[in-house]
Write a protein that binds this ligand. Structure first.
Ligand code: S3P
Length: 171
């Protein structure tokens, strides 16, 4: 089993899809934001506030090198900006979860903890800027992806099944 790296915009459902994948396969999953939060013993939000985005990106780089050297057979869910790491392809198969910006926003807003979901993501505080960021990143996500899954109007379980099938077919 190769590592699978889930990339995609904030709120697209990387975590939800990862949770379904581990239920229906032999994969275990880790999340780059979780690794960073435990390394630093503070939330991503606090890291952005207290130390700035550049500091956070350096932590992502550290995590990416560790993943490449030390992690195998694992499903890796990533923060929305992690796709910029240069060694992505050396870590595993890159799967881009895609959906239009408005659908992503709708998904977040329909969540029972919507306010919390928005608040914990510094780059979603200003929705106009977030939309610009989405537009800027979309071609970049597509360029790094080995596999693209359109998650629009699909359940996390449907996406998980589609993903596992595509990974198997492409291997
Ligand atoms: C970020 C996405 C966040 C988190 C940080 C920066 C980004 O992760 O890593 O707030 O640059 O898109 P999620 O994609 O899990 O929200």
């Amino acid at each position: 089993m190769k590592n699978i790296i889930l990339v995609g915009f904030m709120g697209v459902g990387k975590g939800s899809v990862a949770r379904e994948i581990i239920k229906i396969s032999d994969y275990m999953s880790i999340d780059t934001d979780d690794l960073i939060e435990s390394m630093e013993n503070r939330t991503v939000k606090k890291i952005f506030e207290e130390s700035g985005e550049e500091y956070f990106r350096n932590l992502e780089k550290k995590v990416s090198l560790w993943l490449q050297n030390s992690v195998t057979n694992t499903l890796i869910s990533t923060g929305g900006g992690f796709y910029k790491q240069k060694n992505l392809k050396d870590i595993g198969v890159v799967v881009f979860l895609n959906s239009p910006f408005d659908k992503i926003l709708k998904r977040i807003k329909s969540h029972p903890n919507a306010a919390k979901k928005l608040k914990k993501r510094p780059l979603l505080n200003d929705l106009k800027k977030a939309k610009e960021l989405y537009k800027e990143r979309l071609p970049q996500y597509t360029a790094v992806a080995d596999i693209i899954i359109d998650v629009t109007d699909k359940s996390a379980l449907e996406c998980a099944k589609e993903l596992l099938l595509k990974v198997k077919t492409d291997a």
